[in-house]
Write a protein of this length. Structure first.
Length: 250
């Protein structure tokens, strides 16, 4: 089945918003709670072998709260309300950040997007297509996780993010001692050029008895050239899965 997206409407709600370190939006005021949101409605026409279908849908329908807490703390909470998403509504992001050493280093604790891949860490309103690529969707999973994140930047030269998480994905309880590490570093030697790389490694208990632990390894390289009205982006992702879940038709 192929899907042809004919029409997409994307609109910001409530506030003029900019890119946040891990979420799509940031605090615009130090006074009180900021209500933020993002909406993408669309019309889909699906070309099937037996019968074509069409439908109005919501690709994204998000609303949340962001704000600052004296002193040096901030919070970010975002829910997905789209009726076309499985399990919605659900908590998409929810974390508290300590930023006394910002911009060189900030520490976040909670559920956040994995610091892996250029496209995955591009906020939804910054994407060039309504959906992320299938490769990124498959190989970066889980895209969000629970744990601790350390991130920062040095002027416009370099930025980094390292996370230590459960490895079970958003909203899933961890029932073992295995954890996942993910990290991303991006260097911009000149203002219009950036080069970066990502790494992700995690283990999980074997799904069959008397077997070694399952392992998931991901590598990614990225390149971006943004000069005048010319934008060139490229990304390569490599994956290796080892363990019991890769055998026996699993």
């Amino acid at each position: 089945m192929r899907k042809l997206v004919l029409f997409v409407i994307a609109a910001m709600l409530f506030l003029p918003l900019t890119i946040y370190a891990q979420g799509c939006m940031e605090v615009s005021s130090d006074e009180g709670v900021n209500v933020v949101g993002y909406l993408q409605s669309q019309f889909e026409y699906q070309l099937n072998e037996d019968d074509n279908t069409n439908s109005f849908t919501f690709n994204r329908a998000r609303m949340g709260l962001v704000g600052n807490i004296p002193y040096d703390f901030s919070y970010y909470i975002m829910f997905e309300f789209s009726p076309n998403k499985d399990g919605a509504p659900y908590l998409l992001d929810g974390f508290i950040t300590y930023s006394r050493l910002a911009p060189f280093a900030s520490v976040s604790l909670g559920q956040f997007k994995s610091p892996f891949s250029l496209e995955l860490n591009t906020p939804c309103q910054g994407l060039h297509t309504v959906r992320r690529s299938m490769v990124v969707g498959e190989l970066t999973a889980p895209d969000r996780d629970l744990g601790v994140l350390i991130s920062g930047k040095y002027n416009k030269l370099a930025k980094y993010a390292f996370a230590f998480t459960n490895g079970t994905g958003k909203g899933n309880f961890e029932d073992n001692q295995n954890k996942t590490f993910a990290g991303r570093i991006v260097i911009a030697p000149v203002e219009f050029l950036s080069i970066g790389g990502s790494y992700k490694f995690g283990t999980a208990p074997a799904s069959v008895a008397d077997a070694n632990e399952d392992e998931r390894t991901r590598f990614a390289g990225e390149f971006q050239l943004n000069l005048s009205n010319v934008l060139v982006q490229a990304e390569y992702i490599s994956s290796e899965d080892i363990g019991s879940y890769t055998t026996g038709g699993g």
